[in-house]
Design a protein around this ligand. Structure first.
Ligand code: 5AD
Ligand code: FES
Length: 347
């Protein structure tokens, strides 16, 4: 079959033309199982049957941005804002360490309260205590100097989803003061400084076309990120996109499979958003080629306040419950959660 042939070609050459990607995306109902087989095979060859876990610490939901899709955008006056102290953040890491986490992801809105001085102090605090752990930052757009200072303090990785590789689409998802070129520049700066870099986008975001999705793969192939975070768009009731349709499970899984074959070594999470639109979404993500899970380590008291989208899962569970639940879920896929930093494998 022509689609299987194209998947064989992608498996072998790790790149297709935009037209070929588009053809597969449009005909995904006819070839998704075959894609997933190929994708899991590639993942197995490089990473084995191992799933890496990252402890997500959502330490502030203040944000100066106003992205139209996001529940913690600054215009959402209904969002109850919070900030965690250094002590609270370190204590989340302590709990995580006991549970077997060796990567901590410090994620927050773009909150100017957290100056370079405050952040470097937090990073050093965690790194001194747990030198065997990796620190990933996910703090949005900052200056080159700031990214450099945070790297020098001990941060290892940085996640900054580009959200869409198409400038005109970016402008439909963001207010005028946000700038596509600046975001791309940030990704370049992060790479230049030597972070392991994560990019990513939402699947099924408003105005996204299948052509846009084909272009995402071309863009990612050029960028060569170490990580790619994708999840379905899920509307949030207090945003301008409240009445827009959510992204679908099948399209998100198909994109995961295509990403695995395009960037064989990439670290690829099955995201919480995917688990939100389908109770078995994360398991299906793993079967489609994902190899990372990012459960929440934030204190349960603030979990419900970090609502980027409606009905987010795991907001009532203690970290320990979450990790047990995840281990059980992962075991149904034939894979296994391990205690490891889970760095990018170069070859
Ligand atoms: N649905 C799905 N993902 C969302 N994000 C923000 N808002 C939503 C939403 N409504 C994603 C963005 C952002 C990441 C932290 O969460 O891609 O980069
Ligand atoms: Fe959090 Fe299941 S993974 S409760």
């Amino acid at each position: 079959m022509i689609y299987h042939k194209l998947i064989d070609k992608l498996h072998k050459e790790t790149i297709l033309s935009p037209q070929e990607y588009l053809l597969l995306i449009k005909n995904r109902d006819k070839c998704s199982e075959y894609l997933f087989q190929n994708a899991t095979q590639v993942r197995e060859e490089i990473y084995g049957n191992v799933i890496y876990i990252r402890g997500l610490i959502e330490f502030t939901n203040y944000c100066k941005n106003d992205c139209l899709y996001c529940g913690i955008r600054r215009s959402n006056i209904l969002a109850e804002r919070y900030r965690l102290t250094k002590e609270e953040i370190v204590s989340c890491a302590e709990e995580g360490y006991q549970l077997g986490f060796r990567t901590f992801v410090l994620q927050g809105g773009e909150d100017q309260y957290y100056s370079d001085g405050i952040l470097t102090d937090i990073i050093r605090g965690i790194k001194t205590k747990y030198p065997d752990c990796a620190i990933t930052l996910s703090l949005g757009e900052r200056s080159f100097e700031s990214y450099l200072a945070l790297k020098n303090a001990g941060a290892d990785r940085y996640l900054l989803r580009h959200e869409t590789a198409t400038k005109s689409h970016y402008e439909k998802l963001h207010p005028k003061e946000m700038n596509f070129d600046n975001r791309m520049q940030c990704l370049e700066n992060l790479k230049k400084i030597g972070y392991q870099v994560g990019a990513g986008f939402m699947v099924g975001s408003p105005y996204q076309t299948e052509e846009n999705l084909a272009d995402e793969l071309i863009f990612l192939k050029k960028l060569q990120p170490h990580m790619v975070g994708i999840g379905p768009f899920v509307p949030h009731k207090d945003t301008p996109f409240k009445d827009q349709l959510p992204g679908t499970v099948d399209l998100t899984l198909f994109m995961l499979g295509l990403i695995r074959l395009t960037l064989p070594n990439v670290l690829l999470p099955a995201t919480t958003a995917l688990g939100t639109i389908d109770p078995l979404g994360r398991e299906k993500g793993i079967r489609a080629g994902a190899n990372v899970l990012m459960p929440n380590l934030s204190p349960v008291t603030v979990r419900k306040k970090y609502m980027l989208y409606d009905n987010k899962i795991c907001t009532g569970d203690e970290a320990a419950q979450c990790i047990d639940c995840l281990k059980r879920r992962v075991s149904t896929t034939g894979c296994e959660v391990i205690t490891d930093r889970g760095d990018y494998k170069e070859i």
